[in-house]
Design a protein around this ligand. Structure first.
Ligand code: COA
Length: 262
């Protein structure tokens, strides 16, 4: 089917924004930013279609950059496939999506591989959590390996601001429309580590929860992971109110609400 000239300019503009995007390290690293080109009308149409967010929508001295929305990212990936062009290797290989109920067993096994026995959540608790908050489990699927889960990130929603260990053990604390997410585990299988998958899980999760209107993600981690989460944009709040596994934890959080215009 032939596209109109206008539609083709829009598709090319979106694809170019997607391919040249980078992380907004001065604002929120998980928001992907791209410099706009000069097809102003195309930018306006992409903005109106919610494929990008123009931070100064409608203003004459508009910004030089735009944020890609989840919808825009998805459409750009479809266009790349249509054009027969390559995506970033991570996106060629992995699919990021919500966990399926039948994947509970697999996720529970990964948790036991990734964490020592005193830190890992038991298979029963993982499955119980999936039962009440499956949409807060984000999995990275290896498309080149029969749909195997390579890693996942999970949490539960609440209106509370501080972490407490009961979030690990009591899935009934989950409040579907809670403003904050207590992150309960980031797991990447050893054979998939050091390729950026952990970071991508966190960024995808942040963008997804931001789009759902959540305010904040809160997590606890050991001292040796503080630097990693700081790179992801989290702020270290000092010692956490947690004695999980008999260890000392840091509480860290990231704000989702102040970083992008509605
Ligand atoms: C921690 C973990 C999730 C990282 O996953 P990964 O896919 O290897 O991470 P990435 O490749 O996305 O790395 C992102 C950044 O974090 C850093 N990082 C990764 N693992 C780290 C670790 N164990 N300690 C400190 N920094 C680490 C990387 O160097 C990288 O930074 P760079 O881009 O400047 O090089 C993974 O090693 C894992 O599942 N470990 C066991 C479970 C665990 O500890 N989870 C976190 C609990 S709070």
């Amino acid at each position: 089917m032939t596209r109109t000239r206008e539609d083709f300019i829009d598709d090319l503009t979106l694809t170019l924004l997607y391919l040249t995007r980078f992380n907004d390290s001065e604002g929120s690293p998980f928001n992907e930013i791209a410099w706009k080109n000069y097809a102003f009308e195309a930018i306006k149409r992409l903005d109106n279609d919610d494929l990008i967010v123009n931070p100064k929508r409608g203003m004459i001295d508009g910004c030089k950059y735009a944020y890609l929305t989840e919808k825009g990212r998805k459409k750009a990936r479809e266009l790349l496939r249509e054009f027969g062009a390559e995506d970033y290797p991570l996106y060629e290989r992995f699919d990021f999506r919500t966990i399926r109920p039948e994947e509970g067993e697999e996720a529970a096994k990964i948790e036991q591989i990734c964490f020592p026995p005193n830190e890992a959540c038991t298979p029963e608790r993982i499955k119980e959590r999936i039962g009440v908050a499956s949409d807060l489990f984000l999995v990275a699927i290896d498309c080149e390996n029969d749909g195997k889960i390579a890693g996942f990130l999970n949490g539960i929603a609440t209106d509370e601001y501080k972490f407490r260990d009961e979030f690990f053990t009591d899935a009934s604390l989950h409040k579907e429309d809670g403003k904050n997410i207590m992150i309960l585990g980031l797991d990447v299988l050893p054979e998939y580590r050091k390729q950026g998958l952990g970071r991508e899980l966190v960024y995808n999760y942040c963008r997804r929860e931001q789009a759902r209107g959540r305010e904040r993600l809160v997590l606890t981690c050991l001292q040796n992971k503080v630097k990693m989460y700081t790179k992801f944009g989290f702020v270290d709040r000092g010692e956490a109110n947690s004695s999980w596994g008999g260890e000392k934890w840091h509480e860290m959080d990231i704000s989702l609400s102040v970083l992008r215009p509605a």
